[in-house]
Write a protein that binds this ligand. Structure first.
Ligand SMILES: Nc1nc2c(ncn2[C@@H]2O[C@H](COP(=O)(O)OP(=O)(O)OP(=O)(O)O)[C@@H](O)[C@H]2O)c(=O)[nH]1
Length: 693
């Protein structure tokens, strides 16, 4: 299935069109009595659909929203603290969705299949709401997992305020601290909210005091809500309107158009759809526009140069509620979607500034307005290779990944050619979950089965003589042992923050030390928990630190991290060979002190996950070409039509076909290296990950 976010066609059953018709009839009725609609209507307009109705004489009521009546805010929190559920509650309260719609589908803003299946937000989502017929509120629901923190940072940069949620049963967690810091760095107003107060084990007062102490706030300013019962939702809305500042007064409705591309996605019916924030001027249907592009973080395979020279005609603009409501224009301060006949994903990149065509330098005498500041670039923390399971599908893979990169600014992609695995892509991710979601989205949205190799972190090689540094994303570029005298290896480091219950402090400290951690800070918070700040090699964090910390603390510890400067380390490359052929995609880098243990473990794990073949398979772990671990998989001839010496299916051709098809599908999901069929689980054996698809 192709990526379908929301259908943008307005059919006869479209809710927004039906509401607009109703509104239109009411206005006609009012006009016939000689009154202007706005004046005649004693009750204020209640929905965006009503506002969006365009009167040929009076234009759209949306035009009347000055910047002072607009509020842009994000909802930020630790994972699972209730951001999407609070977003639902706000949408219901302001009439964007009905209670029945919410019952049918909770977390309305989590639209991707992967989000629904995993119950997590992966993409920030926007919805515009009308408050008391007077204020236009633009909400952004952000992801909570640290792997998607780039989405949070990007969302915060287009807002003037943020609701910082804390689950009343969990208290402040590691990612609460990170998101609070991100909001502070963005210089926006933070509104603290304790949520899930309806739960029987909610510790509302304790959580409020803990938030006040941690973030140096007045406890009186912490709001308390339940997104399930609706308690406190009105107070949240009032506080947003009162305390979140409107967009900066420098934004100018009368100035030449400048709109920033906040997000984009591919709609199979309409092509590329962009989410834009109109900073200056008006973006209207029929306008001819172009983009100013100054290289942003998103770089799809071979892309990255797009934008700029192409002009587009705007076909449709509107607000997302989250259903698309066509408004025909977007005015300064508004955030909405734009469809502009953009054919290629390379033509518009995230962070681009949309301007009116003809205002680009050289195209006319008129000086173009300066582009809006770009989003901070995003650096991948992890690299893995991605190969189509069917070698002929490379072109399809390339298109699918380009479309995914359009919707995921943190992906970085380069082409790669492997002698063993064929044409593929080297992809940079922010973390393991990001990598798994990428693989699943390719499957869900593009029906693209791929093999993703075990990831490695980017190492830096420093020439000891000249001090010149090169970043190595691919272990194929690892220097030979004999060159180590002249090359120093630096490994990426992170500052990890762990919040752990006090009763498992001892085991947590042992774990962090085993992972080569160095203590930076330790302090007690709220009487029962300890906050640990450690410097750790990123490689040690990425493999299994999160799982181990959760298991030690029965799920109560939380962990987050941020990259810091890389440091020199005694690292070696352990090569894995299958039937004497070194398979780069199975090889790994480790600290010299643990390489023998890890190499032996990996050989044993590979033995478990590589299916028996019709010939003997020998797995070796090698250091500097010398094998130090060996496992053997004996040969086995698998004829799926013979079980215990008897032919299955008793000659029934449909049963035989079914068995052969099943075997074929198994093979489709494996990759042949040399002659050996390797399933996805073999490539993720180092991470002890099972085949995700
Ligand atoms: N009882 C109760 N449950 C809530 C409330 N808010 C959220 N939940 C539940 O908490 C769980 C997580 O809620 P989500 O809204 O998905 O959390 P989230 O912060 O958006 O999650 P991520 O985006 O993955 O970080 C879900 O099972 C919700 O039903 C609340 O106010 N009361």
């Amino acid at each position: 299935m192709l990526l379908v976010r929301r259908p943008l066609l307005h059919g006869s059953r479209c809710r927004s069109c039906a509401a607009a018709d109703q509104w239109r009839r009411r206005r006609l009725h009012d006009s016939s009595r000689g009154l202007s609609a706005a004046a005649a209507s004693a009750e204020p307009v209640k929905t965006i659909e009503e506002l969006a109705y365009v009167d040929s004489k009076q234009g759209s009521l949306l035009q009347g929203f000055g910047l002072s009546k607009i509020r842009n805010f994000s909802i930020i929190a630790h994972i699972d603290h209730g951001k999407s559920t609070l977003s639902d509650a706000l949408l219901v309260r302001l009439g964007n969705i009905t209670a029945a719609q919410r019952r049918d589908q909770a977390q309305q803003l989590d639209t991707l299949k992967v989000e629904r299946e995993r119950g997590i937000t992966v993409k920030a989502q926007t919805a515009s709401m009308l408050y008391q017929g007077e204020y236009l509120l633009n909400l952004i629901d952000t992801p909570g997992h640290v792997d998607f923190s780039y989405e949070v940072v990007r969302s915060l940069s287009s807002c003037q305020g943020a609701l910082l949620l804390v689950d009343a049963t969990q208290g402040v967690q590691a990612q609460t601290l990170t998101t609070f810091r991100a909001a502070q760095e963005a210089g926006i107003k933070v509104l603290p909210v304790v949520t899930k107060i309806d739960l029987p084990n909610a510790q509302v007062e304790d959580t409020i005091f803990s938030m006040a102490a941690t973030f140096d706030l007045d406890p009186e300013h912490v709001l308390a809500t339940s997104a399930k019962t609706g308690q406190g939702i009105d107070a949240v809305l009032e506080t947003i309107v009162k305390h979140v500042p409107p967009p900066p007064s420098e934004w100018d409705a009368a100035a030449p158009l400048r709109a920033r591309v906040l997000d984009s996605w591919y709609d199979p019916l309409r092509g590329v759809v962009c989410l834009v924030q109109c900073v200056d001027g008006v973006l209207a249907e029929g306008d001819r526009i172009s983009t100013c592009h100054l290289m942003s973080g998103a770089a799809a395979a071979g892309a990255g140069q797009g934008g700029g020279d192409t002009t587009f005609s705007v076909q449709e603009v509107g607000l997302l509620t989250p259903a698309p409501v066509r408004t025909r224009s977007l005015w300064s301060g508004q955030v909405g979607y734009m469809i502009g006949g953009i054919k290629s994903v390379r033509q518009v990149l995230l962070g681009d500034t949309v301007i009116r065509a003809g205002t680009r330098k050289g195209a006319s005498d008129e000086a173009p307005p300066p582009p809006l500041p770009l989003f901070a670039p995003c650096r991948p923390n992890l690299f893995a290779s991605c190969f189509p399971l069917d070698g002929d599908d490379f072109a399809t893979l390339l298109t699918a990944v380009e479309r995914l990169a359009l919707n995921d600014a943190s992906l970085q992609v380069h082409r790669e050619n492997s002698t063993m695995l064929g044409h593929g892509l080297r992809v940079g991710f922010l973390g393991l979950l990001h990598m798994e979601v990428f693989k699943q989205r390719l499957d869900d949205e593009f029906n693209m089965a791929v093999l993703v190799t075990a990831p490695n972190v980017p190492y830096i090689f420093r020439d000891r003589d000249t001090g010149a540094e090169v970043e190595i994303e691919n272990l194929a570029d690892w220097p030979e042992e004999k060159r180590r005298g002249v090359t120093q290896v630096l490994e990426p480091m992170v500052e990890a923050t762990v919040i752990t219950p006090e009763d498992c402090l001892g085991s947590m400290l042992t774990l962090l030390q085993d992972k080569r951690g160095t203590e930076l800070d330790t302090k007690f918070i709220d009487g029962e928990r300890v906050l640990l700040v450690y410097k750790l090699p990123w490689q040690e964090v990425v493999t299994d630190l999160h799982d181990k910390a959760k298991s030690i603390s029965s799920g109560y510890a939380s962990l987050t991290y941020r990259p810091i400067d890389p440091e020199p380390a005694d690292l070696v490359l352990c090569e894995m060979a299958i039937n004497t052929e070194v398979v780069g995609a199975l090889s790994f880098v480790s600290h010299r002190s643990s390489v023998m243990r890890l190499g032996r473990d990996l050989a044993a794990r590979l033995k478990k996950v590589i299916p028996r073949q019709q010939f003997e398979v020998v797995i070796q772990a090698r250091l500097g070409a010398k094998p130090f671990a060996r496992e053997r998989i004996p040969p086995y001839r698998k004829d799926v039509l013979i079980k215990s010496g008897k032919t299955v299916g008793g000659g029934d051709p449909s049963r035989k076909r079914k068995l052969l098809d099943k075997q074929k599908e198994g093979k489709r999901r494996a990759k042949t290296v040399g002659k050996v069929q390797l399933p996805q689980s073999a490539f993720w054996a180092l991470l002890s990950k099972d085949d995700a698809g």
